[in-house]
Design a protein around this ligand. Structure first.
Ligand code: ADP
Ligand code: ZN
Length: 725
């Protein structure tokens, strides 16, 4: 008789348990072990599962052998999953109240990527590259250039179809980058000092938090640490909030590590993901990526860098796993015994708190590399200006003068406005109606098109409709209220007719190519004014930028949230950090109707960063908010309004009964926009003390919500969001 063997597997599903399967030795190769992937059927569908336990004959017997299905077969061509990966998934699942299967699903998005297909494509690209190189070699005038190309060509040939190295690489760009960025890393005195402090923190086996003003050379320090790690034979993970915006960084890293660099982000196709996985399997690597790069099949990690660590893009809101890439990176570093450094000009309060309690080591880097003084800050009161007839549309006369001066002196200007569109809302002149999205509780914004009719767009669900200019209720004329980036661009064009102006926001940046062109032109001084949203301020180094202006800064302060001030300050500091990058002193102008808001006091530099952090922290402590507690949000989404109200009230009533002492249940409340895409949203916020009961309290929340879904047969959607941002 054929002997059957039994295993347990992880499915890419929201499943709390790991089902049993059987296999015969003919069916699967002799040694099935943990991490192997096998195809199984579950609830009528086929999945690629991961083996988590082997030889569970006894346990399977308890379930009943006849109830256990056989596996379908091996998942050929797919890599094994390492122990570290499975461990990480389990840690993430426990922390973020989801299942390891959901993390597996995020780490290995389903879809068929045939290995042959991947290899073929990689080979095609290699061939293309070699052909281009051949042309260059033929044309090369200088001997050293020629030699360099030849060496590169040899390297490519050697790689054969070793995947990955060919991802998004261009020699032309590399040449440009070599001119632009220093090729050897030589730290300045203050950088060296910071560097040795970082090493001390690493020696204590703690994460290091590097707080350094923009331009202080944090990146230079990261590169030095990376070089060291690679030369010791270990690999590096370099995490950034958004990849599309870190082209410059990509080029800069490539100068030092042309062979090791692999770029990876969540928008990559499955095939590219497979390329990346194959690359890091075969070679020493420095992986540059967004939050999901934490789930690559890492091996032999020696260093993790998390830049702009306070950025909320590290947090995934939806779907599950709702993880924070920064925290997950710390778990990953722990698994590998790797060093980890978090960096920012304005670190998150969470990380600063971790320094205060001795969990992290804080390193300050206070001087800029190019010795530029801090930029001047000017806060302009738009209400006072309006009274004095000092406003022309969205611009104050004061700001107009500043911009004119700056342009006259050959400087460049960035104008930031946190609302894309022409006009973020419209109102009927006759009946006062504000057109709203039929599926969301949100005003529609007006977008003009370069060629074609204008559109009304819902920024919450993405719904687009024709713009007729007429009120949907009474047919009266609609009037745009407020100015988005498109309108600001238009106003700037008429105020500064001789300036070359471009716009950068998620509308204008639809294609990555276009976006990087806009950035390149501004970086190379071909544009004078760049209008855009915060993406303008993300991680670029514009050496000619001397004036940064924020229009209607109020929209940064407006959120009803305990973190609103922290976030506004971080964003404003980031904006300010963009001006006066090189030796010259920059000017940072903020237009607001609330000039006395405490956030501006900090921006003005009246208080140093330590002081503002301490102030924020003492406020948080007073109200028992994070980082002094943990927050779990229970988010209900439901098409039926009365049902969601009833259910959320019921659930919040049940919560105190399952939670331990010191927990606080707030709500249910409606978020600022409480209907999106036809679904009504209610949130219950739970504050949990950071004590020994934290784990059991978290488990109680997920237990209750599961029971609730089952008992009430609740068909709405309940999501648990741990450490929401
Ligand atoms: P940060 O990452 O803190 O914003 P960067 O590392 O981008 O700062 O440094 C700002 C600028 O200073 C860059 O143009 C960089 O090339 C230059 N720079 C910083 N440190 C050095 C160094 N040690 N040697 C040469 N140039 C440096
Ligand atoms: Zn909508």
């Amino acid at each position: 008789m054929r002997r059957l063997r039994y295993i347990q597997v992880l499915l890419p599903l929201r499943l709390k348990w790991e089902p049993f399967y059987s296999y015969s030795e003919e069916q699967l190769p002799d040694s099935i072990s943990v991490g192997d992937r096998v195809r199984v059927e579950f609830a009528g569908k086929e999945y690629v599962s991961v083996v988590t336990v082997v030889d569970v004959e006894e346990e399977a017997g308890a379930v009943g052998y006849d109830r256990i299905k056989p596996v379908i077969g091996p998942a050929e061509g797919l890599d094994r999953i390492s122990k570290e990966e499975i461990d990480l998934w389990r840690m993430v699942a426990e922390y973020y109240l989801c299942t390891p299967g959901e993390v597996y699903k995020a780490a290995y998005p389903a879809g068929k990527v045939e290995e042959e297909e991947v290899k073929a494509r990689i080979n095609d690209r290699l061939q293309e590259r070699i052909a281009k190189l051949d042309e260059k070699i033929a044309k090369a005038r200088r001997e050293d250039t020629r030699a360099r190309y030849l060496a590169l060509r040899d390297e490519l040939l050697r790689q054969g179809h070793c995947p990955g190295a060919v991802l998004s690489r261009s020699e032309a760009r590399m040449d440009a980058a070599t001119d632009r960025w220093p090729a050897a890393i030589e730290l300045s005195d203050s950088q060296s000092e910071a560097y040795s402090k970082i090493k001390e923190v690493f020696n204590d086996r703690k994460p290091a938090l590097l707080r350094g003003v923009t331009g202080s050379g944090k990146t230079e320090i990261y590169l030095k640490l990376a070089a060291e790690t690679l030369s010791s034979g270990k690999n590096v993970l370099f995490m950034v909030p958004e990849i599309a915006l870190s082209r410059q960084l990509e080029d800069r890293i490539r100068v030092h590590f042309p062979e090791e660099l692999i770029v990876f982000h969540s928008a990559e196709t499955l095939a590219r993901r497979a390329d990346a996985a194959a690359f890091i399997k075969n070679k020493p690597y420095l992986a540059l990526g967004t939050r999901s790069s934490v789930f690559l099949p890492h091996k032999n990690l020696g260093l993790i860098i998390v830049d702009e660590e306070n950025d909320s893009s590290f947090k995934q809101d939806n779907p599950s796993p709702r993880y924070n890439g920064r925290e997950t990176a710390i778990m990953l570093a722990g698994l590998f015994g790797a060093n980890i450094i978090l960096g920012s000009a304005t670190p998150s309060l969470d990380s600063l708190y971790n320094c205060e309690v001795g969990r992290f080591g804080l390193i300050d880097l206070k001087t800029r590399y190019f010795q530029a003084a801090d930029s001047d800050v000017e806060i302009i009161d738009t209400i006072a200006e309006r009274k004095k007839n000092g406003m022309v549309g969205s611009f104050s006369r004061k700001l107009i003068d500043r911009i004119k001066n700056c342009l006259q002196e050959g400087g460049q200007v960035a104008i930031l406005r946190e609302r894309r569109s022409y006009s973020p809302l419209l109102q009927c002149e006759e009946c006062g109606t504000i057109p709203k999205c039929p599926r969301c509780d949100a005003a529609l914004s007006l977008h003009l098109r370069e060629n074609g009719p204008s559109k009304l767009v819902c920024h919450y669900c993405g719904r687009v409709s024709e713009y007729s200019g007429k009120c949907p209720k009474c047919g009266g004329a609609l009037k745009p209220l407020g100015a988005g980036t498109q309108k600001i661009e238009e106003e700037a064009a008429s105020l500064f007719p001789n300036a070359r102006i471009e716009r950068l926001d998620s509308d204008s940046a639809k294609s990555r190519k276009r976006e990087s062109e806009v950035i390149r032109r501004f970086a190379e001084g071909e544009t004078d004014i760049l209008v855009g949203t915060r993406i303008v301020a993300k991680g670029f180094d514009f050496s000619g930028l001397s004036l940064v202006a924020v229009i209607q800064s109020d929209s940064l302060l407006g959120q009803q949230d305990y973190r609103a001030d922290e976030r506004a300050l971080q964003l404003l500091e980031q904006f300010r950090g963009r001006c006066g990058r090189r030796a010259q002193k920059g000017l940072f102008v903020v237009q607001t109707s609330q000039p006395e808001h405490p956030v501006y006091e900090s921006v003005r530099g009246a208080s140093d960063p330590d002081q503002s952090a301490r102030k924020f922290l003492s406020e948080r402590k007073l109200f028992g908010y994070p980082p002094f507690s943990r927050v779990v949000n229970v988010v209900l989404k439901d098409r039926n309004l009365s049902r969601v109200e009833l259910m959320s009230r019921y659930l919040s009533g049940e919560l105190p009964g399952v939670l331990g002492q010191g927990c606080k249940v707030i709500g249910p409340y409606s978020p600022a926009v409480d209907r999106i895409g036809g679904e009504n949203i209610r949130i219950i916020r739970i504050l949990l003390p950071k004590d020994i009961h934290l784990k059991s309290n978290k488990a109680a929340i997920s237990g209750l919500s599961e029971r609730f879904e089952k008992e009430k047969k609740y068909i709405g959607h309940i999501a648990l969001d741990v450490d929401p941002v």
